[in-house]
Design a protein around this ligand. Structure first.
Ligand code: UDX
Length: 447
């Protein structure tokens, strides 16, 4: 099948590459000339395991091409995927200007039936606006061509996006015209094996499903973070509580890990955007607001703990920090807890020696002039002479380190662990002062 993808960001690239891998003829379009040039040279601008190889292989086979020519894009694919960015604007709602610009472009060039697929995470009602924008541009040309707009939200996790696309748990399609439903079924047939993973519904429900899923996951995390703060005050261990709760199949073990707050490009943005949508629909989203507020507070939790430990004097102290990315297996630092923590430390006059297996270039890009940031060659380098270690991301390499070596390198054997990687009793026995999240010891009387 012939497929056009507008937008070569994270979602567009993964979607285009995976469709090509299934044997389709895919053309990816972007207005960013430099990016298209890079991609045509086989350079992948994002870190995603497996993507670079799969992309190169499909380019070699001629199934995957990149262009800035939008007219060629509209002419190419029976399916026109819109996978451009929807950054939050000032009030937290999703900015649809890129999505609607693509819709107008499609309307300006369409000359045969097309299925226009909203892949970007867009507020409920966007498909109607995309439909209207295409119609308007088409009418301005005095033509009348049939098309359908369907919603097909992505559920890709960074770091596992290829796997998630090739072996999805579910494929949500909001489509109302039976012709579009049939085409979407054919398109996804290669990814719909063993049992039916395609769930068809009306367009608005599909749009809401995406926000609802992410908001539910964010709610689970904020709930656990709230409970972890309570556990600290009550002398309970949230890790025990988590194990006990997760064993109830109605609750489950997924996404109930307490930590230093959720980050990334989806959860913070989607929770805010859904709250905004609720307000526009004259509904006060009390739970969503609380999820957001708890997360905001949680990102500062370790900072409060560190301040308390060092009696509110961080001036000229040095902190080792392990993990800059918002989660393991990505170089993405969007909304990462590490940023909130580092920025608070710098404001208080401290320095940070950081190590991350993938995100150091990104940190250098985000903080080019920050004298208080030193990026180190290994986890152990970061520890040299530091007053304490702060752990922000649960990269696998941090799980079983050489504790003796760590103790020798740190000037004080203190660890603030935002991901509960270690056993507090063992850490105590190994001679560390160790603080996790929600592990029965509270110093927070302020919140
Ligand atoms: C998420 C959704 O999982 C995905 O389905 C959607 O399409 C996009 O948003 P992603 O942002 O890549 O994917 O990250 P995810 O693995 O979901 O983690 C999000 C954040 O939650 C991370 O900061 C992570 O550290 C945090 N988290 C996750 C917790 O703090 N505790 C948990 O139990 C799980």
């Amino acid at each position: 099948m012939k497929i056009t993808i507008f937008g070569t960001g994270y979602v567009g690239l993964v979607t285009g590459t995976c469709f090509a891998e299934a044997g389709n003829d895919v053309l990816c379009v972007d207005i960013d000339e430099e990016r298209i040039e890079q991609l045509n040279d086989g350079e992948v601008p994002i870190y995603e395991p497996g993507l670079e190889d799969m992309l190169a292989c499909n380019m070699d086979e001629g199934r995957l091409r990149f262009t800035t020519d939008a007219a060629e894009g509209v002419a190419h694919g029976q399916f026109q995927f819109i996978a451009v960015g929807t950054p939050p604007d000032e009030d937290g709602s999703a900015d649809l200007s890129h999505v609607l610009a693509v819709a107008r472009t499609i309307g300006e060039h369409i000359d045969d039936y097309r299925v226009v697929v909203d892949k970007s995470t867009v507020p409920v009602g966007t498909a109607d606006r995309v439909h209207a924008a295409i119609l308007e541009a088409m009418e301005a040309r005095g033509v009348d061509v049939a098309f359908d707009v369907v919603s097909n939200p992505e559920f890709l996790k960074e770091g596992a996006a290829i796997e998630d696309f090739m072996k999805p748990d579910r494929i949500i399609v909001g489509a109302e015209n039976p012709a579009a439903v049939a085409l979407m079924r054919d398109l996804y047939a290669p990814f719909n094996r063993n049992h039916d993973r395609l769930i068809f519904m009306d367009v608005r429900s599909a749009e809401l499903t995406k926000y609802a899923s992410n908001a539910m996951l964010a709610t689970k995390i904020s709930f656990m973070n709230e409970l972890s703060n309570l556990a600290e005050r009550l002398g309970a261990d949230i890790e025990e509580v988590r194990r006990g709760m997760g064993s109830d199949p109605r609750i489950g073990y997924h996404f109930i890990y307490p930590g230093c707050g959720y980050g990334g490009s989806c959860f913070p943005k989607d929770v805010q955007a859904l709250a905004r949508t609720a307000r526009q629909a004259h509904y006060e989203p009390e739970l969503l607001d609380a999820v957001e507020a708890v997360n905001h507070r949680q990102k500062r939790h370790l900072v409060r703990r560190i301040r308390h430990y060092f009696e509110d004097n961080l001036e000229r102290r040095t902190f080792a920090l392990w993990g800059l990315a918002f989660k393991p297996n990505t170089d993405d630092m969007r909304e990462a807890p590490s940023r909130v923590i580092m920025e608070a430390l710098w404001d208080a006059g401290a320095r940070v020696r950081a190590y991350d297996p993938e995100a150091q270039d990104e940190a250098a890009r985000l903080y080019p002039d920050e004298a208080g940031l030193e990026l180190c060659g290994s986890p152990y380098d970061a520890l040299e002479g530091a007053d304490a270690l702060i752990i922000c991301t649960e990269w696998q390499v941090f799980r079983s380190p050489d504790f003796d070596r760590m103790r020798r390198l740190l000037s004080e054997p203190v660890i603030f662990d935002g991901r509960n990687l270690y056993d507090p009793e063992k850490m105590l026995a190994a001679g560390f002062v160790y603080y996790g999240i929600g592990r029965g010891e509270s110093v927070d009387t302020l919140i």
